[in-house]
Design a protein around this ligand. Structure first.
Ligand code: ATP
Length: 242
């Protein structure tokens, strides 16, 4: 087969992944495949193992068994900075912007080394999130929750990731700003970025995602197209479907 006809490897592939905290195993064999350039939603009840899965992908939690592949490359024992250099970028729950630095300083700090070569990174961030451009001198801690989430996303973009891991994008935000943020997520995939997001609010995530999976007790309970996953969900199961 000519090389060009080969299907592109999945952006993220987990095979039989096991991991946990000390002697407590939390992931009991997670199988997951996320297509390159897609938005994929990882759903499930509290404690199902979603954040732990992101932690393994970010290199913070070492797997005890199974495989982690990023764009077809085996990354099981990669340190966080190695994964970051290979294009995996995390926006943790709570956004983690520096509250006492301005918008501009937050952007500069994250992308500093690249910015020496790429002076237009700040301009690109403001093009993606125009609301931030008018607040560039404002301390990040005084931004609204939605603006802080935009800043966290803009800051992540400064390092030009290939895979963005987003934990609880909509946490504590109103429906309109959540819609705006998801629209921004969608625009990211148009630049080739793959987005894996963990979300409590299944309905919101399914409206925007290309694919989704439901996690339950440390394994993938169901995976498929958003409409298939919507059918598999029940309010009683997730409790937080909105
Ligand atoms: P939530 O939606 O509530 O954030 P989640 O699906 O992201 O839940 P995880 O945060 O991955 O779930 O947690 C999975 C399990 O691992 C839970 O039982 C949790 O108590 C446990 N756990 C998480 N972090 C730690 C830790 N640092 N040490 C020990 N156990 C942990």
């Amino acid at each position: 087969m000519p090389a060009d006809d080969r299907p592109a490897p999945a952006a993220i592939e987990l095979i039989g992944l096991r991991a946990g905290y000390g002697r407590i195993e939390v992931l009991h064999g997670v199988d997951l495949s996320v297509a390159a350039g897609s938005v994929f939603a990882l759903l499930g009840a509290n404690g199902a193992g979603k954040t732990t899965t992101l932690g393994v992908l970010a290199g913070r939690i070492p797997p005890t068994a199974g495989c982690v592949h990023i764009a077809g490359v085996h990354m099981n024992d990669a340190a966080p900075h190695v994964l970051a250099r290979s294009g995996v970028c995390t926006i943790p729950e709570g956004r983690a912007v520096f509250p006492n630095l301005t918008v501009t300083e937050n952007l500069a700090l994250f992308g500093l080394r690249r910015w020496r070569r790429d002076r237009d990174a700040e301009g690109r961030a403001y093009a993606q999130f125009p609301a931030l451009a008018t607040r560039r001198g404002q301390l990040a801690g005084t931004l609204s929750g939605g603006e802080q989430q935009m800043l966290a996303m803009a800051r992540a973009l400064a390092v030009e990731p290939s895979v963005l891991l987003l934990d609880e994008l909509s946490m504590g935000l109103g429906p309109q700003i959540v819609d705006d943020l998801y629209a921004a997520v969608r625009r990211l995939t148009e630049t080739g970025i793959t987005v894996l997001l963990v979300e409590q609010f299944a309905k919101t995530a399914l409206a925007f995602a290309d694919g989704a999976a439901i996690m339950r007790s440390g394994v993938i309970h169901a995976a498929g197209r958003p409409d298939e996953i919507a059918a598999a969900l029940s309010d009683a199961y997730l409790g937080t479907v909105a």
